[in-house]
Design a protein around this ligand. Sequence first.
Ligand code: CAP
Ligand code: MG
Length: 404
Amino acid sequence: MHLGEPADAGSHVVCRYRVTTDLPIEKAAEALAAEQSTGTWTGISTLDDSVFRRYGAKITSIEGDMVEIAYPEEDFSIEVGGVPQILSVIAGNLFGLESLRGVRLEDASFPPGIMKKYKGPRFGAGGLREILRRPEKPLVGTIVKPKIGLSPKETAAYVYEAGAGGLTNSKDDETLVDQRFCPIEERTKAVAESLDRLSEEGHEMLHAINISTGGDRILDLAEDAASWGARQVMIDVMTCGFAAVQAVAESDRVKVPVHVHRTMHGAFTKDPLHGISMLPIAKLVRMCGGDALHIGTLGAGKMAGGSGDRSSLGACLGAGPHRAVMPVASGGVHPGIVGDIVAESGMDVQIQAGGGVAGHPGGVRKGAAAMIQAADAAFLGIPAAEYARTHPELQAALDRWGSR
Ligand code: CAP
Ligand code: MG
């Protein structure tokens, strides 16, 4: 059902909400549109028709439980404000409205006037491929495991072994920043030595140092990390905020790729009837300049996701004014499911395994080799079990974890 003028995508932010309510859906949609733009819970003397017509959010369609609302571009802050202000409009108070039993922001589209304020990724999927000199095959990475507890030297040794086994990427885990057992400066310097050694041996590899911290310190920390030798940094976007990603990605002081982790996203994305889906989160990360973003394992790994993973894959790689983001498939990955992931994602993906590398019976180097072999098999279109006949590291991984 169309209720108003169709949204003019050129001058509105258009959002789709899944609404669960005991009210007639039109009433619930009106409450939502009012709360997020010009309205409040009662008539007010300060709202005249001209203000309402110009700044009021419009309900443009209702299909079943899906409500589409168009917010005039003028509702959004011009210079300062950024994504925090956008989110307080399209994903703000509405989640607490008494009249809605549930509401989920499923999608958001931004007009050119807003898109052009964002620079997008400095490197993006293509830039990462260039740095790593890997033009076609999937990037293959690891998360240093255990998640916490290794010293800087042990972390660096893990990274070297992973690179020696052929991996293109590695990263800190999301809970590691600057604990006593692994101070960030020492870790970054030790890992840089491993990466330099690998470079000298002819292998390019990136390791993302987790710089997640408060907004007052993140730019300085990014700059420090780069001066200590970090070739890539990682930010936990849901805990640090989109603005933190943007600040680092757009900084002239730090010019290294930004790997974006999404820890805590499940609090927003997991409930199918309430919260925020990964699609708008992925779109905002791309606008803010994340070069790589976790999207889940497209139905194959340990974390729930499935169709949401596919829509964020599209948000990372689809057409747009900004460079493409490298989608990262992570969470319970092992060589036996690499083929399934690539079948869903295609070659433009970074496949990452923590336990699936460190848990290999032959150790990290062989675990890394098994992951690379699984990606090679997928690239060549050969089933992993067949490829494993001539690749013992892959065979050992399949013996341990199976394949599908
Ligand atoms: C993966 C991981 C990542 C998850 C997050 C973990 O380790 O390091 O944080 O991938 O999930 O701690 O689980 P494993 P998502 O490879 O050992 O599972 O990518 O869905 O945000
Ligand atoms: Mg992790």
